[in-house]
Design a binder for this molecule. Structure first.
Ligand SMILES: N[C@@H](CCC(=O)N[C@@H](CS)C(=O)NCC(=O)O)C(=O)O
Length: 341
């Protein structure tokens, strides 16, 4: 025993790294590999984040996270089973094992990260809650919404924030609560409530689905912090690390100027940071149970974070959301990924 410990210690001293823990028999990675597909919980349909086209092909920022993880594991981004989930269903689906990754505009909060049994792995979109109203109401600020009826989806942080906001401002409101998004939108469209509230990004996307989008405005107040990101079940640090580092790899790729287009050229780069990220140097896949081209495969599948953002919700998309807080830290935003070394 002592001899074994000494040998392990020697290995650590030589390499500077402890050997990667062997993959537990019931690990999520093994389950996903045995199944041959990543079961990924997504939104039922919000343009830009996750939505199917008429042929059933899913796209969006959240969908790209599923694709990037599948590419890192299988070298094939198409090996994803998309499971559309309402806000209410999403955590049970993860806890029961129906899905292995939740990538569905989900806010990282303390109770979800602790008692709800989830582990959040990062922030793929910095958001905040807002209000949308019909211009006809003539309202210019959320402070004028006293006594308004507000359409909101159940099982969301949205429902709680709106209660906090009105209480804090000494105003009353009438919640009109639905479980499904289409019925929430239909109620707002039909004038059954004065206000639609959700994360601001989702308001822009919902507005596009309304009869006359230009008849509606998003009020200037942002009433909460909604750090949206992927989550996994608690208790499998290897799987959490895979999802965490796949996203960090996409952010680091943007910082290093690696795109889906120049990726192959970049594998010849002399820059040690690029060489490590793309698996040309070091053994960074080993620590998370993947091959050393894990990040290369993820970037090849969805591009770097900036490409993902632009294609799905930014300049190249219908939503045209500016990078704002989602710009890289060096450009004045909040997106920052620890280094691969
Ligand atoms: N980020 C908030 C809200 C997320 C949320 O579920 N928003 C609704 C309203 S836009 C939604 O995405 N609905 C789509 C669906 O049910 O599939 C949370 O994590 O609770």
């Amino acid at each position: 025993m002592i001899r074994m410990l000494k040998a392990m210690l020697a290995a650590v001293l030589v390499t500077g790294l402890a050997a990667a823990p062997a993959m537990a028999a019931d690990s999520t990675l093994k389950k996903v590999k045995d199944l041959g597909k990543l079961s990924c919980g997504v939104n039922t349909g919000i343009a830009g984040f996750s939505a199917p086209d008429d042929k059933g092909n899913w796209s969006g920022l959240d969908v790209d996270v599923c694709k990037a993880v599948a590419a890192a594991v299988f070298k094939d981004a198409s090996q994803v089973k998309y499971v559309p989930l309402t806000a209410k269903e999403r955590f049970t689906a993860l806890q029961s094992g129906e899905i292995d990754l939740l990538s569905r505009n989900t806010t990282w909060t303390m109770s979800r990260d602790t008692s709800a049994g989830l582990t959040f792995t990062g922030i793929t979109y910095f958001d905040g809650q807002g209000f949308m109203v019909n211009k006809e109401l003539g309202v210019k600020s959320a402070k004028e919404l006293s006594e308004a009826s507000i359409c909101v989806q159940t099982g969301t942080t949205t429902e709680l924030n709106v209660a906090d906001y009105f209480r804090q401002n000494g105003m009353n409101y009438k919640p009109v609560v639905f479980e499904k998004l289409p019925e929430t939108i239909a109620a707002y469209n039909a004038g059954r409530c004065d206000v639609f509230t959700s994360d601001a990004s989702q308001l822009y996307s919902v507005r596009l689905t309304l009869g006359k989008p230009d008849d509606h405005i998003v009020l200037p107040e942002v009433i909460s912090k909604e750090p949206l990101g992927p989550a996994v079940r608690q208790g499998d640090p290897q799987w959490a690390n895979i999802v965490r580092w796949v996203f960090f790899a996409l952010v680091n790729a943007e910082e290093l100027g690696i795109t889906s287009k120049n990726l192959d050229e970049m594998t010849k780069s002399e820059n040690p940071e690029i060489r490590r990220l793309l698996g040309q140097e070091g053994d960074y896949g080993v620590g998370i149970g993947l091959e050393n081209d894990w990040a290369y495969q993820a970037i090849k599948a969805v591009g770097n974070y900036g490409e993902m953002f632009s294609r799905n919700v930014g300049a190249e998309s219908r939503l045209k959301i500016s990078r704002g807080q989602n710009a890289l830290w060096r450009d004045g935003g909040l997106q920052y990924a620890p280094p691969i070394r």
